[in-house]
Ligand binder design. Structure first.
Ligand code: KG4
Length: 334
């Protein structure tokens, strides 16, 4: 048997929101291909994802991406050991495209199908790169749809510690960017402009205090404060304004991440999801870290939605025989 035959090749599919992605991953670690079709241009005029447009675009794109991902990895369907797809949470019409495609491939090739939780996949992203997965860890998931803290003990073994009571942090970045005419998606635009700020004032109060054991997040108050400040100060420097917004938005993530890590006695935090691409967030975590504490980020391209993370966590399900039945349905919720 060749070394190639001893390897486990998995196909991952992702279509939970506005990225269609297909990836081939070897042994849960090595990315052989990771094709991502971003629908940002299709949704830009609406400043947010339009579900009907998203699901149609996934449908039109997915087959070409499957072919392309196999071709780029120089393999065929027959080389695959398993197929994994995001099954929850996300937009129903969008989720269906990856999951149904995976079911068809599983049935046709007689290989296991693995339904993956998008949040667990995001938290796995850093382990596609430098290192083996290490458990336990505190997982901080920060994206356009989620802001949540998890206690992750192992594969398929995680519990929610706390989450946002209103908006997700990425959603706040997007809404503030929309208000200020900075474009869509808002996160990268806000980060870029905040770096240019000359006046670095604390315009907004700290979000939520820190009573022990409170792991909630909240972003609608900060968003409203930005809107009111802008109305009252139409001539205000926009760079200074987004700087002040970003500092408060990110500071809460850092506080909550370390509070959970210290309270649970787990000196390892994995930060994942689109907002984890933010360079200032990485600086703030690095600055607040004590000796012996570790904060793990994926590279920016693996922070936003991609199928490599789906194939990657799927590998561990495959190894443990955690296969999904072909009649499993998608779910909008975690
Ligand atoms: O994980 P993701 O690709 O999709 C989901 O929401 O599931 O995250 C997208 C979110 C958007 O809200 C976007 O504005 C935000 O991540 N984002 C950022 C940055 N890059 C993307 N937020 C802050 N700073 C960034 N550099």
């Amino acid at each position: 048997m060749s070394a190639r035959n001893r390897d486990t090749l998995g196909l991952g599919l992702e279509s939970s929101c506005d990225e269609t992605s297909v990836s081939v991953v070897r042994n849960g670690r090595e990315i052989l291909s990771n094709l991502i079709f971003s629908q940002i241009d299709l949704h830009r005029d609406y400043f947010g994802v339009v579900p009907e447009i998203a699901s149609r675009a996934h449908l039109e794109t997915v087959n070409g991406l499957v072919d392309g991902a196999l071709r780029e990895a120089c393999i065929s369907f027959a080389d695959l050991a398993y197929v994994a797809a995001t099954q929850r949470p996300g937009l129903i019409g969008s989720l269906l495209i990856a999951l149904q495609s995976a079911k068809a491939i599983s049935y046709a090739m007689n290989i296991p199908m693995i339904a993956v939780n998008h949040l667990e996949a995001h938290l796995y992203a850093p382990f596609l790169e430098a290192r083996e997965p290490v458990y336990p860890y505190v997982g901080l998931l920060v994206s356009g749809g989620n802001t949540a803290l998890y206690h992750v003990r192992g594969v398929a073994d995680f519990t929610l510690i706390g989450k946002t009571v209103d908006d997700a942090v990425g959603e706040a970045f997007d809404k503030v960017a929309k208000l200020l005419g900075l474009g869509y998606p808002g996160g990268p635009a806000v980060e870029l402009l905040a770096r240019k700020a000359v006046l670095k004032k604390k315009l907004f109060p700290k979000i939520l205090p820190d009573p022990n054991g409170d792991f909630r997040f909240s972003y609608s108050g900060l968003k409203t404060a930005v809107i009111q400040y802008r109305r009252a100060n139409p001539q205000a420097d926009i760079a200074g304004l987004v700087y002040a917004f970003q500092e408060r938005a990110l500071e809460l993530l850092v506080r909550r991440g370390f509070a959970a890590s210290r309270e649970f006695g787990i000196p390892r935090i994995v930060v994942a999801g689109g907002v984890a691409a933010n360079g200032r967030l990485r600086e703030l975590f690095a600055g607040a870290r004590n000796e012996g504490e570790e904060v793990i980020f994926a590279s920016p391209v693996l922070c936003t939605d991609n199928a490599a993370m789906v194939a990657g966590i799927g590998y561990h399900y495959y190894r443990q025989g955690l296969y999904s039945p072909l009649d499993i349905d998608v779910s909008a919720r975690v």
